[in-house]
Design a protein around this ligand. Structure first.
Ligand code: ATP
Ligand code: MG
Length: 222
């Protein structure tokens, strides 16, 4: 799914948070959203799955303005992953079946659950473990699998590895690269892991103080 911001501005609590943004996140590519703290990166992700709407301008998702997308359909197609993986009460299976159950799929999720675990590199035995007992890295894998259970076209990732140690962080970023290649997902990721971002990035969008500073290829991160 191609995502395009057309002259997007956002004012929150009287503060101009985003100003006249024009940029494109191409379909089936990995885009890295880069910039200093307070630049507006998380805010852009929140606009992309309609946790917020722009004050002015239009966000196009596959050429359809975001405001015309039914919110639930949009959030199924555009999944958001944050830095702290929040687990629902119950087992890993309960967590994975949550989204599909919301959409009326109450059948046995066991087989699909195992498939999702494989996709994120977790052993089968995790399926029936209480989700709360996992390490943060394992929770982040379950979090990604839980989002993939909704069969999204887009993954928005807001510093998905900033709560992890270096090794777990590298593993998750490499997993995201593999998932992108296997599933052809459109990804928009905020991360401060420069070296890995450079390897993964097809596109780079740089923000500063709510404005577009630069847009281009991975060489922008060099
Ligand atoms: N509800 C709000 N009301 C007023 N200002 C807000 C609100 N939410 C965010 N902001 C402001 O918007 C700006 C951008 O915030 P945002 O969280 O998008 O930055 P960021 O680039 O994600 O930063 P970080 O790297 O620290 O996560 C900040 O100046 C922040 O204070
Ligand atoms: Mg942020």
């Amino acid at each position: 799914m191609e995502i395009r911001l057309d002259d997007v501005s956002l004012t929150l609590g009287g503060k101009r948070v985003l100003e006249n943004l024009f940029c494109t996140f191409p379909s089936r590519k990995i885009s890295i959203l880069w910039g200093p703290s307070g630049a507006g990166k998380s805010t852009v992700l929140r606009l992309l799955n309609r946790l917020l709407d722009p004050t002015a301008g239009v966000i196009y998702l596959d050429d359809k303005p975001s405001k015309l997308w039914p919110v639930l359909e949009l959030r199924q197609k555009v999944g958001l992953i944050c830095q702290l993986p929040y687990m629902f009460a119950g087992t890993v299976l309960d967590n994975l079946a949550y989204g599909p159950a919301l959409r009326g799929n109450k059948g046995d999720f066991h087989v699909r659950g195992l498939e999702l675990l494989r996709m994120v590199g977790l052993e089968e035995e995790f399926l029936l473990r209480p989700a709360e007992q996992l390490s943060v890295g394992q929770k982040q894998r379950v979090n990604i699998a839980r989002t993939l259970a909704n069969e999204p076209e887009v993954l928005l990732l807001d510093e998905p590895t900033s709560a992890l140690d270096e090794k777990a962080s590298e593993q998750i970023l490499s997993l995201l690269g593999d998932l992108h290649a296997a599933l052809g997902l459109t990804m928009v990721m905020v991360t401060h892991a420069k070296e890995q971002a450079q390897k993964l990035a097809d596109r780079v969008v740089m923000l500063r103080s709510g404005k577009l500073e630069a847009e281009g290829g991975r060489e922008l991160l060099a």
